[in-house]
Each structure stands twice: as structure tokens, then as C-alpha cells.
Ligand binder design. Sequence first.
Ligand code: DUC
Ligand code: ZN
Ligand code: ZN
Length: 477
Amino acid sequence: MADFDLIVKDGTVVTASDTYAGDIGVRDGRIAALADDLVPARAETVIDASGKLVLPGGIEAHCHIDEPSFGGAVLADDFASGSVAAACGGTTTFIPFANQVPGQSLRQAVDDYHAKARGKSLIDYSFHMIVSDPNEQVLGQELPGLLHDGYTSFKVFMTYDDFCLDDGEILSVLATAKRHDGFVMVHAENDHCIRWLAEQLERAGRTEPASFAIAHGPAVEREATHRAISLAEIVDTPVFIVHVSSAQAMEQIAWAQARGLPVYAETCPQYLFLSADDFKREGWEGAKYLCAPPPRDPENPEQLWRGLKNGTFQLISSDHCPYRMDGPGGRIESAGELHFHKVSPGVPGIELRLPLMFSEGVNKGRLDLNRFVALTATDAAKLYGLYPQKGTIAVGSDADIVLWDPDRRVTVRHAMLHDGADYTPYEDFDLKGWPVLTLSRGEIVWRDGTVHGEPGRGRFLKRGVSSAIRSNAAQST
Ligand code: DUC
Ligand code: ZN
Ligand code: ZN
């Protein structure tokens, strides 16, 4: 019997801390050996990785899959199409949201998402919960129970009709998280300001997509970001600010970190590669770029890149929220008219997250390779309780590995992607660097343009306590 099921040979292995030439031996879905030179005869299968980078599979820690709509249109990905798109883009684990619709129990929401994922996902997955109704039962029993059952993170919103929590509710949720080692993610935009600004714009007849960027302006995000940080400080517990779009919000996070507060954050490709000018495209074209918070002015991205490099941001996530524009359930039909607040917000991006960040980050000298791995995989595994099973290349870790061709040039066309949307905001982008093979627990799921593996092979991942909670506890003792 061979020592290994698989050897990945002659590649350049990259982790968040190291880059070295080496071979990887895989047995029973896990990394069993790392060595300078493993004899090919010791494995049943050998994958030639010469000329390729060998990376830990990406971890997508913010994506919306098969959720109820944000505003009317139907989300275009279920766990089958969403997981395939992820795998083709070099991602091997994703953590969508299990959304508590108002009036529903949190446990029921989680059970529903298990049913949605069952038999469908190509890659491993877990769920963050969305807490929209923090009643006594939820805070006293359900949330503690679910946190202890391995759903160790959850999101709260400071805006959106069905989800918005007030400051008192957020304080109660943070206090529950603190008692039970939960990690709270916050969507930080000031609901009152958005409503007031939207009303002014509507009265002035300014209902075009470009008004979205005004109603959701940078001050709206900056204020809420500061408030979320303050609420977490009052409770003395870590907080994670999701989809930070503006340099102004980033400055609040850097300010908090400089004061020693356990504040963590992500930004997303749409804030690096798109701008509010995209909303000004003709007619419904402009609506393709609507997401909350919105992309900002064209000078904003360079500042966010600095935050990615210097560690203000720990993660880059796609916030994949895919809609079709056309057809039943599409954005045009569901909005009824081109109005900035009637179009469901969200952009697709799960498949292009790594290619965009590699091409524009690593290949353009803005990020080094190790930082790229930290931002796309390792730090997500740590913050969301999956490390070291996921997010690194180490003996004992799952063999979730991507072979990356750093020189392959690709012009993006939506037709080549695998999500359920009918467009990509990155159409015609010329990228350099592309995933050529994806292994999930040692099995090929994507190779040279072909998807392999059965839907449903992906496993649910029960998660441990966030590294943010652990290090906060260590500092308090
Ligand atoms: N932002 C979006 O654009 N869509 C879904 C949820 C969110 O926060
Ligand atoms: Zn959000
Ligand atoms: Zn989101």
C-alpha cells in the first residue's frame, strides 16, 4: 500500500508566514507530510506543481447564499452553484449566513440552512448566524446554545428594515456573546441618516442609482463604525466590522486598534476595484453596482490598500450577494422602477475574490504573497474558529490546497464564471494569476476549467472559539 493517496510535487508552498520549495503528501484528506523531496512511487497519484504556487484554499467568510432577499429580488445562488463558483476561484471553505427572519427562532433558522446546504455543497461550509430578533428566548437560551454547538459567530445590522437593531439591543447581544465566547460581526451604517438622506433625495426627484452613494455616504458608515466600536468597548468584548468601504470608517478602526481595543475588520474587492462613478452608467447598467455600503470615490481604494497591507484589515471577503438583473426574480422585475432604494443591493464576487486580489495585490506589488494568504485564508480560519484544520498548509491540516499559476492572463467574462448571476461587475478586467487546480480534503474539485466531485461532498464545519475572543481573554487574565 502506498504511503500517500496523493503527492503535490515540486511547487512553491506559500503560507501566511513562509514561502518554500517543497512537496506535500496527502493521506485520508489531510496533509500527512511536508518535505523537500517525496519519492513519487510513495503515492497513488502525483500532481506536478512545478512553476505553480501551492496555497491554502481560500476561506470566504462573508457571502450570501440562498438567503431571503434583501429587498425583493431572489438571490441567484444556492449551495450548489455558490460552492462551485467558490471552488473554481480557489476557495475551499465558505461561511454563508443563516438568516433569522423576524419572528423565527434562531435554531429554526440554522436548521433551515442545514436543509438548504444538504446534498448540495461541493466544498466544506459553516454558518454565521444573523440575529434580527434578540428577544429573551434568543438571548437567554437559543444564542448560548448555538454558540456552544459550534456556531461561534453572528452578524447584527445597524440598518435594514427587518434586521436593524438599536444600540440597547446591540449592547445586549454583545453582552450575551461575551458570556458565551461568541464573536459579533456588525454591519455599520446609520439607519436614521440613511432614511433622512433618502427622503431628501426622493423629494428632489433624485431617484437614480447614483443617489445610493449619497444616502449611504461615508459619514453614515463612519458614525456607525465608531458607535459599534464604542458599544463593544462598553461591554469589553471584541467586535468585527464587516465590509468596510470607506477610508473614513477604516480610520475609526485604526484609531480603536491604536488604543488597544480588540477591533477587527474586512474590506471587499468592490471597494478596491469599483467606485461610485459606476452608478452613473446609463440606466440599469448603473444598478448592477449597487451594494451596501457602496463603493466610494476613485481616490478611496488606494487608502484601503494601505489598510490591507498594514494590518488594519485582517480579511478580504467578497460579500458575494448575487442577483440576476433580468428575468423572474431579477432586480429589474422586483424593483419595478429604476430607484436607488428599490433595487436589491449586493454584488457577486465569490469566484473572482482571489484572482482580483492576486492580480492587483500581489502582481502589482501592493501585497506580498504571505499577506495575500493571511488575508484570503489563514486569518479567516483563526478569527472564525477553524484553525489549524483550515487556512494553512501544515501536517494534520485538511488538504485544502490551490495550485496557482502566477502568470496566467485572463480577461474576465461573465460567461466563464459559475455563479447564478447574469453579470459580473468585473467584466473585461484583465487579470494576471489564476487558480488552475483546487483540492478539497485531497480531492480535486476544479482542474483546468473543469469542475470535479459530487454536489453534497462538502461537509458542515462545527467551529471553535474565535482567536479574537481567546486573545482578549488571555489579556484580561
Ligand atoms: N449588503 C449588500 O449589499 N447586500 C446584502 C447585505 C449587505 O449588507
Ligand atoms: Zn452587511
Ligand atoms: Zn453581506
